[in-house]
Design a protein around this ligand. Structure first.
Ligand code: HH2
Length: 298
């Protein structure tokens, strides 16, 4: 396997509100906190304030670098919820987690009103799986507040996306889409230093598309932005290991190892403890491989 030249990409500084993220010591781990009754992997597990705060504390202790809090499921077939319900689920948890842990918080939402309230409560990244297509006010909000923004690729919407996804060349099409969204973001006043890109594993993709995106993940490095990989426990891993959601940890580790070797900067995971070790080992090997280029055999 050829390793991409990551020396330059590790010098990224992501500007997220008051927080600067660098990637010098390897990829950052984003721990998932879903306050939803219906998420595919952990729906209903962290619905009370106590459960959510306990889980956030545990992820901090396990080595998470960022917490991504979401109150609306985006699993295939999920029913959208309105902003009142999303705010009701999200804001009290976000505030309590902010008090309880020192980690920077990302909010997984496509709605500008929800993102604004989350930013006021301390979130520094908006993880927008619609890549600014879900709400015309989102780009302006991100530009105004200076928070980080994840632009993710999705074909269709969560309700319909797995019905018949089609691509001629998935890597080229996802890259083209991300390039377009970057241009729109910048035209709307978002600075390049605020942007994170994500090919959107499982969002309107068949098995072969997910495998191709991972096999050619380094192609996205050419776009020149930090990259996020969200593979944790997803169906394409389940299809390979033939395990239910909670038994996909080893399979997830395999996919994460490839994403790290191929240049991912942020890894979004449910099992922080195990994936921290995976990322630590793989990024040490990757750093070693790069530093030994030009070594004794040169
Ligand atoms: N995946 C999920 C949700 N949000 N955000 C980004 N940027 N990338 C992803 O791959 C991604 C995401 C789906 O996982 P999960 O949050 O566990 O499930 P659900 O959407 O059912 O809450």
């Amino acid at each position: 396997m050829t390793l991409p030249n990551q020396t330059a990409s590790r010098l990224f500084v992501l500007k997220a509100g008051p927080k600067d993220f660098t990637f010098e010591s390897g990829p950052l781990l984003m721990g998932v906190l879903n306050v939803t009754p219906d998420s595919f992997s952990d729906g209903g597990a962290y619905l009370t304030l106590d459960q959510a705060v306990k889980h956030a504390r545990q992820m901090q202790a396990d080595g998470a670098d960022i917490l991504d809090i979401g109150a609306e499921s985006s699993r295939p077939g999920a029913q959208p919820i309105d902003e009142t319900e999303e705010l009701r689920r999200l804001i009290p948890v976000l505030k309590a987690v902010r008090e309880a842990v020192a980690l920077p918080i990302s909010v997984d939402t496509t709605k500008a009103v929800v993102a604004r309230r989350a930013i006021e409560a301390g979130a520094v990244i908006v993880n927008d799986i619609s890549a600014l297509r879900g709400d015309p006010l989102m780009a302006g909000l991100v530009a105004e507040t200076g928070v980080g923004i994840v632009l993710m690729h999705m074909q269709g919407t969560p309700k319909t996306m797995q019905k018949a996804p089609r691509y001629e060349n998935v890597v080229e099409e996802v890259s083209g889409f991300l390039q377009e969204r970057i241009q729109i973001a910048i035209a709307d006043g978002i600075r390049p230093s605020q942007i994170i890109l994500d090919p959107g594993f499982g969002f309107g993709k068949l098995q072969e598309h997910n495998l191709q995106l991972l096999a050619e993940f380094e192609a996205f490095a050419k776009l020149g932005y930090p990259l996020l990989a969200g593979v944790s426990r997803k169906q394409f891993i389940g299809n390979l290991v033939r395990q239910p959601v909670h038994e996909r940890g080893y399979g997830t580790a395999g996919a994460i190892a490839v994403a790290v070797l191929k240049g991912a900067h942020i890894i979004r995971v449910h099992d922080v403890r195990a994936m921290k070790d995976t990322v630590t080992v793989v990024s040490a090997i990757s750093r070693h491989a790069r530093s030994s280029v030009g070594g004794s055999n040169a």
